[in-house]
Design a protein around this ligand. Sequence first.
Ligand SMILES: [Zn+2]
Length: 410
Amino acid sequence: MKKINYSDLESKFGLPNVVVHCKKCLMTNQKPFSINETTNMKGSKKSGMPINKDGVCAACEYSLKKNQNIDWSKREEKLLKMLDKVRRKDGRYDCIISGSGGKDSGTQAHLLKYKYGMNPLTVTYSPLLYTEVGWRNVRNWSYVGGFDHYLFTPNGKISSILSKEALINLYHPMQPFKFGIKAFAAKMALKFDIPLVIYGEPYAEYGSQDGVQTDSPSYDLEWYINDNKDIFLGGMHVNQLKEKYKLNDVDLLPYMPLRSHDVNKSNLKVEFLGWYVKWDPQDIYYYASENCGLESDMQRTDSTHGRYAGVDDKFEWPHYYAHYIKYGIGRCRFDTSQEIRNGHITREEALLLAKKFEGEIPYTYLNDCLDFWGIDEEKFWEITDKFRSPHLWQKENNSWYRIQELPELI
Ligand SMILES: [Zn+2]
């Protein structure tokens, strides 16, 4: 094979041309940080997770700190103090937990209500397409876990349009849902005058957030506030979208970000429970399963070995596949990297799993997703190929292969 100078190859999304692999997990410097999606337009550039001079990624650095340097009993004392300030005894809700009733939101709600004596309202911004197990889990959250629960389902015709545009323009088919989950809980809190929104794992756990922000339990306001007039949905300016599909403002209401003045005039706090309490995905899975009736999927999830993470929306499958195509990081790498950090598997075991499953085509629900977008499979592959960055993919004899990949995975 001819020698390639990687720094000369185009990187489509502004990520580093030369891929650096973390020495401890299977992540790379191509893992993009989370952004405020309402600013995401076609051709937007991303910044990736840093890998330090010792070859360790930001998520592994955070995890070392989490496992060694944090005094969790002190953190819990801080949690109790914070909760004492907002707890209500007058029959009103005092906190909101937003989620699908999966391992994270199930555990958060249960701990807050039954261990810390809070009065949570649980809310769900509906997945684009519920899986059967996802639907059972969200019902069990309320029925088995014992919580009041709101399920908000945005207009399916509009979410289909937005998901299709997000696929074509950004190869980010879950983007309409991401808008929802990022702002929905805060919107509901403001509506019901509830002072606290609690999320689970800090984003730094996955290297989706800058390490600077890991010293605070607060959710970064930037992710749900956008004061600009120019809002982008599905990679298009809202005015363009409204014109193309003859939409009104109210059609796009569920996707609109919060404005600073709405939040500033309230005392709303948005925090991560995983900053105060040690959050291990396996432990909390068992906790939610025991206390909220959480079920894992009957079948293995395409492109990974797992069955219990992100199984409530059929669009999770193409969502992770899109990460594989755009950034070279598939679902198995996400799962195994987290398991390495939590001490459940070794890097060698992770490599064997990734060799087997990484990049597997997400056929289980692909037809459902194609129907939702109104396109055929040929069109899907045509769109997919446009998003393969030349610094990660090369084509030979009509088939694509990875470059800058770990030798163990080729
Ligand atoms: Zn790492």
